[in-house]
Design a protein. Structure first.
Length: 113
């Protein structure tokens, strides 16, 4: 069964950090580009970061220098390290196998004092 399961979200104060995980099952993570997307309140879903099979990483301008995406092929897991979080980072975060219709269930990240 093909499945993506996110974890690691929660409530954090501005300036804080969180690390999201996306455990992949049913396919080899290194065979696909795996992306993190997010959808904030009243906003459209947007791409946050994407890791290609070759290891190239693409970031949205809004998170460059603050977020780091990585992939552990041995654990078949994708990560998103989020530092210097801002209230505007509040959103549901989703991992997605690019080019497929396989999405995680989403995990909420709330940045608030």
């Amino acid at each position: 069964q093909v499945q993506l399961v996110e974890s690691g979200g929660g409530l954090v104060q501005p300036g804080g950090s969180l690390r999201l995980s996306c455990v992949v099952s049913g396919f080899v993570i290194g065979a696909y580009s795996i992306a993190w997307h997010r959808q904030g309140p009243g906003k459209e879903r947007e791409l946050v970061a994407l890791v290609t099979p070759a290891g190239r990483i693409i970031y949205a301008d809004s998170v460059k220098g603050r977020f780091t995406a990585s992939r552990d092929n041995a654990k078949n897991t994708m990560y998103l390290q989020m530092n210097s979080l801002k209230p505007e980072d509040t959103a549901a975060y989703y991992c997605h196998a690019s080019g497929t219709d396989v999405w995680g269930q989403g995990i909420q990240v709330t940045v608030s004092s």
